[in-house]
Design a binder for this molecule. Structure first.
Ligand SMILES: [Fe+2]
Ligand SMILES: [Fe+2]
Length: 246
């Protein structure tokens, strides 16, 4: 797998909308969580092949987990990105809030690991009835993780975004985002964008496209355009094109 950071030699790229490093990416993560929840609650745990595919999507192998298909990995790396590029600077102004958000991250990681272990144990069950019972518990644990994660993201958006707006000018926030994007491998970056683009409203999408057109290298913009045509509803995209004048 290519682990070379994608953007380091390609200049800055912005995927934020209006001085908000959190809400756009969180919209993508919420869509992933809703999809995960839907897959879990409809899965036939009696069917081992179907269940194996589901567990692969969930799987959380920290050393090799760079795949965008691994949903729990995406949640985990999101927390890591925040802690490395945003939280240290923000802690100078809101230490208690940042400590509490980091505490949340640790709790979320513990839940993610427990779910992964439970999913693997479930695969080892030979009896279909036992797998169905374990599937009920797995679904409940995932729902608890999603509830905790959504609450955490809401806190970041309602409590931390105002702090960032008050203390960090646009350029500084863009530099933080550049740091996060610069160390992402393409699979993860495009995996996240593939969930984020269809999760934004037309105003956010328009701002994003205008900003990307100005700041990103043409090959990156073209790759995003391809992704967008596969993922964003065509009618919504026509509105974005008309507003963005592209
Ligand atoms: Fe977070
Ligand atoms: Fe977050």
């Amino acid at each position: 797998m290519n682990r070379r950071p994608f953007l380091l030699d390609r200049g800055p790229v912005s995927i934020a909308t209006e001085q908000d490093l959190f809400t756009p990416i969180h919209k993508g993560l919420r869509s992933m969580m809703y999809d995960l929840s839907s897959g879990l609650q409809t899965n036939d745990f009696a069917n081992l092949d179907e269940t194996r595919v589901l567990v692969t999507d969930l799987e959380h192998e920290f050393e090799v987990a760079r795949s965008a298909a691994c949903m729990l990995c995406v949640f985990h790396y999101h927390a890591e990105d925040e802690q490395s590029a945003i939280f240290p600077a923000a802690a100078k102004f809101q230490d208690a809030l940042i400590s509490s958000l980091i505490e949340d991250h640790h709790g979320l990681t513990r839940r993610e690991l427990q779910i992964t272990q439970a999913a693997h144990q479930l695969l080892d069950l030979k009896d279909a009835g036992k797998r169905i019972e374990a599937g009920v518990r797995l679904n409940q644990s995932a729902n608890e993780l999603i509830a905790a994660y959504v609450t955490h993201m809401n806190r970041e958006e309602t409590e931390l975004v105002p702090v960032m707006r008050e203390h960090f000018p646009d350029e500084q926030q863009a530099a933080m985002q550049g740091q996060i994007l610069g160390r992402m491998v393409p699979e993860r970056l495009f995996g996240i964008l593939g969930w984020m683009l269809p999760s934004l409203n037309v105003t956010e999408l328009t701002n994003l496209v205008v900003s990307m057109k100005k700041t990103s290298p043409p090959p990156f913009f073209d790759a995003v355009a391809k992704l967008r045509s596969a993922r964003v509803d065509p009618a919504r995209w026509s509105t974005v094109e008309a507003r963005a004048g592209i």
